[in-house]
Design a protein around this ligand. Structure first.
Ligand SMILES: C[S@@+](CC[C@H](N)C(=O)[O-])C[C@H]1O[C@@H](n2cnc3c(N)ncnc32)[C@H](O)[C@@H]1O
Length: 217
């Protein structure tokens, strides 16, 4: 971390970062961990979750555009979290809290069934090699968790600049019994999603960006 990132964490970490009891690994969550989100945010509101928020390039503007929602972001990379909290403070965006832990586990353990109104997974790590596919965030099993945690009608918005991962997402999710591909195929680019570093890099390399939206049946 550079000095300014360290300073952001020291000054603003307490306001935006939610500490949860950890499990065996630093980034895993203890089996009995629980968070009362209404208490954390100081209000009852629609809950939006982002997994892998990076430096907050989508998170901060998208949360700012939805002041009536409570937005919970999971990110394991400390430097990225430091940049995010700095930006949240600078832009006075108050409806975001960050958990520095594995978001797949966090979604499963820290939310009640039907509690989440929207999930965002943008530019998740693609893990190209076949032997690494089991590390991909999006899978049929993760689809089961998402379907359980979304409220009926709740949305899962995804984007990737890797065609093989995009096709994999469709393969894993299109025929999921509790999720409906809202557009019956690729979704139009989500207007509120800004172009992040990862998207710009993909486009500069000549790749296409694929958006998908699934609705909990
Ligand atoms: C390729 S980056 C994309 C960041 C951001 N969504 C964007 O579009 O700018 C993927 C991010 O996901 C984070 N990440 C990967 N797996 C995660 C997990 N299971 N839980 C939380 N964060 C995760 C990584 O640390 C990394 O910052």
């Amino acid at each position: 971390m550079n000095d300014s990132q360290r300073a952001h964490l020291t000054r603003h970490g307490g306001r935006f970062i939610v500490e949860v009891p950890t499990g065996e690994l630093d980034t895993s969550i203890a089996d009995d961990a629980h968070v009362d989100w209404a208490e954390v945010f100081g209000r009852e509101a629609d809950l939006v979750v982002e997994i892998g928020s990076g430096a907050g390039d989508s998170l901060v503007p998208m949360a700012a555009g939805r002041p009536a929602s409570n937005v919970v972001a999971f990110e394991v990379f400390e430097r990225a979290v430091a940049s995010t909290v700095g930006r949240l403070a600078r832009e006075e965006v108050d409806n975001v809290r960050i958990v520095m832990a594995d978001g797949a586990q966090g979604l499963r353990q820290l939310f009640d069934d039907g509690q989440v109104s929207e999930l965002w997974t943008f530019f998740a790590d693609p893990w190209h090699k076949a032997r690494h596919h089991k590390r991909r965030l999006v899978s049929r099993e993760f689809g089961d968790v998402v379907a359980a945690k979304l409220r009926p009608g709740g949305l899962w918005r995804l984007a990737t600049d890797w065609e093989d991962y995009a096709l994999w997402m469709r393969e894993q999710l299109d025929d999921h019994p509790r999720l409906e591909n809202v557009h019956g195929g690729w979704a139009p680019r989500l207007a509120e999603r800004p172009v992040t570093k990862y998207e710009a890099r993909g486009l500069a390399a000549g790749r296409t960006v694929f958006d998908l939206t699934y609705r909990r049946r």
